[in-house]
Ligand binder design. Structure first.
Ligand code: HEC
Length: 141
């Protein structure tokens, strides 16, 4: 079911946005990821682990996490965190905090920081694709 929803969102985005960016384009700042790290350790680390490695019962937020979410857009991930996490206290964190935590998760998976913070607006997050591998861009003539 989740895959179907992801597929729908991805095709809407593909049609709707001419200037699509990806998580390889520096979509968060170092400061934001640092705030996110603190919020992560307070709200998520207990289950997902201080290194995001997960446990037998809790999925990791690094490693196979990336191919699993690849092809999605960032709003889908933030939405999931907003509505399903932190497990047992869902919906307890603000959009800004969930966005900071997402920046920290991106950094933890080796996606580069950039000059501008990741916006907490779903519409902005929807324009950013979550790609496991960096896509080669066609050169402009
Ligand atoms: C009480 C334990 C617990 C806490 C706290 C918690 N999680 Fe989770 N998380 C889980 C479990 C268990 C799953 C698997 C849920 C499922 O498969 O339905 C999960 C799944 C996820 C997933 C989906 C991973 C995937 O690849 O399927 C993400 C993303 C996530 N959590 C992020 C967070 C974030 C961010 C926080 C903090 C804001 C957080 N979680 C707090 C237990 C927790």
């Amino acid at each position: 079911m989740r895959k179907i929803i992801l597929g729908l969102v991805v095709s809407i985005v593909a049609v709707g946005s001419a200037h699509a960016r990806s998580v390889w384009d520096g979509v968060y700042t170092e400061d934001q990821a640092a705030r996110g790290a603190t919020a992560y350790q307070q709200n998520c680390g207990r289950c997902h682990g201080p290194e995001l490695a997960g446990t037998f019962e809790v999925p990791p937020l690094v490693g196979r996490f990336v191919p699993y979410w690849s092809g999605s857009t960032l709003d889908v991930l933030v939405d999931y965190i907003t509505h399903a996490m932190p497990l047992g206290r869902t919906g307890s964190l603000s959009p800004a905090t969930n966005t900071d935590i997402t920046a920290f998760i991106l950094k933890s998976n080796g996606f580069p920081a950039g000059p501008k913070e990741l916006s907490a607006q779903g519409v902005d997050q929807k324009a950013i694709t979550f790609d496991a591998t960096k896509k080669k861009r066609a050169k402009k003539h």
